[in-house]
Design a protein around this ligand. Structure first.
Ligand code: SDX
Length: 393
């Protein structure tokens, strides 16, 4: 066994499941995928290699990696008839609404990979979801902006393919910038899996009833959409826009402390990390690199973000509450600099997290102890009483 972690009894008693995929130490700010630190993965690996690691538990040999990459590349196309699903949405539909609908609809198109009792079908469903999610997300974007769909290409890597499906137009050639593709791939890796977060727990709970994988992943996408979870990257950029300038930061920091004010610093805080989010550190480096490459290092939102981070981290309230930037704080700045509208930030998070959801789904389905999730409650309502006819009420 790679390493036996001992949990304190308190933690074990609240654990919703056991897993061997991702380990987080919230106090140390540590994130391991199958034992490998996220910092090393983000600098040395790439998204499909990390996907293989999450799915199968070990880093692949060169031969296995090539076979896996070819399988994923050759499953990136969507059933042509699925285009009609997009046309049923209003043009201004949020891309996440489209992704929830289209991924759920995969249950109706890929019947030969919905029987979860068949390991071969589980494998095919896993590959289809990872392979097709970039196409689904890119087409949601193209539909939203009224441009024609661009098909995936087999001569491009995963991140480059996604960028060309989003930004290429039939009227001219499109050359993927390799630095942007590397930054996109790194964003995919930083958001790939994160233990039992809300959307992963949703996928596990849905899967425990035996529902097909496409319906379960659609449930995860719906949960991720919330601004307290995956929707925070969009909300964070909108917050930075609202703050507008460094001199307005103190006003917003005071609002974030005011219990009567619903305002929270989006991209700050975490349910588990109480020291720092290691992903945010890497994402911040990416922001500097991409903006520097694009020659917009004086990006006003990046200046506000860095000043906000500095002031908040020196503020006694945030120190006492152990609040600091999470993965969503800088990711939006990078994605906006790459040309994405804020409405595409959470779909990109969903695209990245699909491999985490699928890996956790596979782990759960394969567990012979897997039983339908059935959380209990602490009942605080009325005790038993007799019905009162309406004339006596
Ligand atoms: C993700 O679970 C995961 O792993 C999620 C994720 C993943 O990869 O899947 O990491 C992705 O969802 C990251 C989080 C993205 N969300 C945001 O950035 C939204 C803003 N953050 C918050 O809404 C909040 O921090 C949560 C939801 C993330 C956590 O909320 P909690 O459970 O209230 O946080 P906490 O228990 O650590 O809060 C401690 C205190 C509370 O005050 P008191 O009740 O003790 O008086 O800090 C306050 C909170 O009210 N607080 C904030 C705050 N976050 C928490 N105050 C101001 N601004 C904030 N952002």
């Amino acid at each position: 066994q790679a390493g036996v972690f001992t949990y304190d009894p308190g933690f074990t008693s609240t654990a919703s499941c056991d897993s061997t995929i991702t380990f987080i130490d919230g106090d140390k700010g540590e994130l391991l995928h199958r034992g490998y630190p996220i910092e090393q993965i983000a600098s040395k690996s790439h998204f499909l290699e990390l996907s293989y690691l999450l799915l199968y538990g070990e880093l692949p040999s060169a031969k296995d990696l090539e076979k896996f990459e070819t399988t994923i590349t050759r499953h990136t196309m969507l059933h042509e008839q699925m285009q009609y699903f997009y046309r049923g949405f209003r043009r201004d539909a949020h891309p996440m609404a489209i992704m929830v609908g289209v991924v759920g609809a995969m249950s109706a198109f890929y019947h030969d990979s919905t029987d979860i009792s068949d390991p071969r079908q589980r494998e095919i469903a896993s590959h289809r979801l990872i392979a097709k999610m970039p196409t689904i997300a890119a087409w949601a974007y193209k539909y939203h902006i009224g441009q024609p769909f661009v098909y995936p290409r087999n001569d491009l890597d995963y991140a480059s393919n996604f960028l060309q499906m989003c930004f290429a137009v039939p009227a001219e050639d499109y050359e993927v910038n390799p630095i942007l593709a590397r930054a996109m791939d790194r964003i995919f890796m930083l958001q790939a899996d994160h233990e039992q977060n809300a959307s992963t727990s949703t996928v596990r709970l849905a899967s425990s009833s035996g529902a097909n994988p496409f319906a379960c992943i659609a449930a995860g996408i719906a949960c991720l959409w919330g601004p307290a979870h995956g929707g925070a990257n969009q909300a964070c950029l909108e917050m930075l826009e609202e703050i507008g300038s460094v001199d307005r930061i103190p006003e917003f920091i005071e609002r974030a402390k005011d219990k009567d004010d619903p305002f929270r610093l989006m991209g700050f805080g975490h349910r588990v990390y109480k020291n720092f989010d290691p992903r945010a550190t890497v994402m911040k480096q990416s922001a500097d690199e991409v903006l520097d490459l694009l020659g917009i290092e004086d990006n006003p939102k990046l200046q506000v973000a860095k000043a906000l981070e500095k002031q908040a981290l020196e503020d006694p309230y945030f120190i006492e509450k152990k609040l600091f930037p999470n993965v969503d704080f800088y990711s939006g700045i990078v994605m906006e600099a790459m040309g994405f509208p804020t409405s595409m930030f959470t779909p990109i998070f969903a695209l990245s997290r699909t491999v985490g959801w699928v890996s956790q789904w596979k782990e759960m389905i394969a567990d012979p102890q897997n039983k339908i999730g059935r959380p209990r409650q602490l009942y605080l309502g009325a005790t038993s009483r007799d019905y009162v006819d309406i004339e006596n009420r």
